[in-house]
Design a protein around this ligand. Sequence first.
Ligand code: DHB
Length: 305
Amino acid sequence: MARLSVDLCGLRMKNPTMLASGVLDETGKSMVAVAKAGAGAIVTKSVGREPRPGHGNPCVVELECGLLNAMGLPNPGIEAFAQEIREAKKAGVPIIGSVFGGSEDEMAGLTMAMQRAGADAVELNLSCPHARGYGTELGSTPEAVESVCRRAKQDLKVPLFAKLTPNTPSISALAVAAAHGGADGVVAINTLKGMAISTEARMPILANKVGGLSGPAIKPVGLRCVYEIYDSVEIPIIGVGGICSGRDALEYVMAGASAVQIGTAVWTEGPGVFSKVCREMLAFMEENGFKTVGELVGVAHAGGR
Ligand code: DHB
């Protein structure tokens, strides 16, 4: 009998799927609903120190191949969000607090605030492609990634994950830096920087002009990134980008991911996507004689790790 449960840096998950940051994760109640629908863990919307209204509208464009968004990191600020974490904890699955900041100090403060609020782990958003001052400033060079991870990890008891940008010449160099800085795992990938243009209006559709591309279009990029990172670090990788089916999730696991996140497919299909993905993963494992997810991690690398 195959089983989907995984232990990720001490987080006990009933299955390897997580809600990715940014979809249905602004309130405790919506996070509980997604957990009830089958997610093994939940990542919150990224939260900063002060409340932020985010960018103007339009801030999302639906494309045939995925979604392009530039929300602008809207959030109520960490003080108000602590209540949503407490509410989300009622779901009984690990809650991972995502934070963004403009400096190492700010990131470290937010990380500790997330821990105090009850988050079971913290994800550093080092990779928003379009929030000036709060995006990739701390995440685009190995030096910056190592330093911010080290500072955030200093007094932290819960696991620390670094969410990395694919908009870089070498994501594995960023992953190595995160590991050196003390991150317990890396999340790959955040969105790709993109643009959509209205031919009628003859201008970019997003109010912010550029945004982050997610969904099926970016799956091959995500897989390539996870595959490269797996060859470079020993810490676990959480794969994300375009996962809609059990096969998609398994591709990420075979590339080297120990767990996966789903975001855009929750937007397009609803939270039912979690139980569908899990059902399909389990069926594959039973048919092919795999008992645990761990047996499948990295098998696409000839000879394994
Ligand atoms: C936003 C943040 C992200 O990290 C991302 O990939 C896309 C959008 C945002 O809030 O604008």
